[in-house]
Design a protein around this ligand. Structure first.
Ligand SMILES: Cc1cc2nc3c(=O)[nH]c(=O)nc-3n(C[C@H](O)[C@H](O)[C@H](O)COP(=O)(O)O)c2cc1C
Length: 279
């Protein structure tokens, strides 16, 4: 798929937006978004389906609750997937591509896994009973001034903070912190993983570099509150930032799963997937 926007710049620009001008996307914006979303691919061999909802087209009485978290938005994106291996990683990867594309057009978005009435959105987006419906996002023109709710949500999640490099990236095993010299060509890609969005800003990703192999691990920070593993979505977002950032530097590789990962794991940490450079 052709790369339509600057990766590093767009990833650095993106922030969750929770209040919007009270108008929907114009025809051109809507068409750009819908065209792009229908072309998105992901490296996890899982088909991800996108939905675009114009609330102005709904019956007047039809409710769409976000617990007051989102204000003003007239349009929403949704994503569904079949319940298979790597479904949530695929959702994370593909939906983040759409979020970044929207950001590059100057539009606001906000990943939402929790603060919306899933049944109401399911009806409005005509989602089938057989599909998993993990995530929605408003999409629209950001209001300059943040609402009180947005400010509060950001404060609770400490949204403007991220874990330090040395808490996230390791060399050969979890015993050794990865130095930036050792990370060499991969410093930017790792830095762009570090600043990625995640559910409640928990940043569950850990990466162990072993030569030209990068092993991705997940630190479990939630119980089973969503009925699906929201932190696997976060892992897919990490994979998206990593791979797109490398593509921008003409470094090409692929994701795969090690059958037997020989790395001793810290508490609550599980292996997710690996990436290797293709010559
Ligand atoms: C998978 C996922 C689920 C999220 N769910 C919600 C949500 O339900 N409600 C909400 O207000 N923000 C939600 N967020 C947004 C995060 O709180 C936000 O990304 C994080 O605090 C970092 O802030 P930033 O996106 O502005 O960089 C979610 C983010 C991700 C990646």
């Amino acid at each position: 798929m052709e790369q339509l926007f600057q990766i590093e710049e767009t990833i650095k620009k993106r922030k969750s937006v929770r209040n919007y001008e009270k108008r929907g996307l114009n025809e051109q914006q809507r068409s750009e978004i819908v065209t792009y979303m229908n072309q998105i691919e992901n490296p996890f061999q899982v088909k991800v389906k996108f939905h675009f909802l114009e609330t102005e087209l709904l019956d007047k009485g039809q409710k769409l609750g976000t617990y007051g978290v989102i204000q003003g938005a007239k349009d929403y994106l949704g994503v569904t997937v079949k319940n298979t291996d790597f479904a949530m990683e695929a959702v994370g990867y593909a939906f983040e591509m759409l979020v970044l594309y929207a950001t590059s057009l100057g539009l606001g978005t906000c990943w939402m896994g929790g603060t919306f009435n899933r049944n109401q959105f399911k009806t409005a987006m005509e989602i089938s009973e057989n599909d998993v419906f993990p995530i929605i996002s408003p999409i629209g023109i950001p209001l300059e001034k943040r609402s009180i709710t947005d400010t509060l949500v950001r404060k609770i999640a400490k949204s403007d903070q991220r874990k330090e490099w040395q808490e996230l990236f390791f060399s050969t095993s979890f015993e050794n912190i990865l130095s930036k010299e050792d990370a060499s060509d991969y410093v930017t890609a790792l830095e762009l993983v570090r600043i990625a969005p995640s559910a409640s800003n928990k940043q569950p990703w850990r990466i162990v570099k072993d030569g030209e192999l990068f092993h991705f691990f997940k630190v479990q920070g939630y119980g089973d509150v969503f009925g699906y593993d929201i932190q696997s979505v976060d892992m897919g977002i990490a994979a998206c930032h990593f791979e797109l950032a490398l593509k921008e530097k003409q470094i090409v590789g692929k994701f795969y799963k090690e059958q037997d990962i020989k790395i001793e794991l810290p508490e609550k940490t599980t292996y997710s997937f690996s990436w290797k450079k293709c010559e």
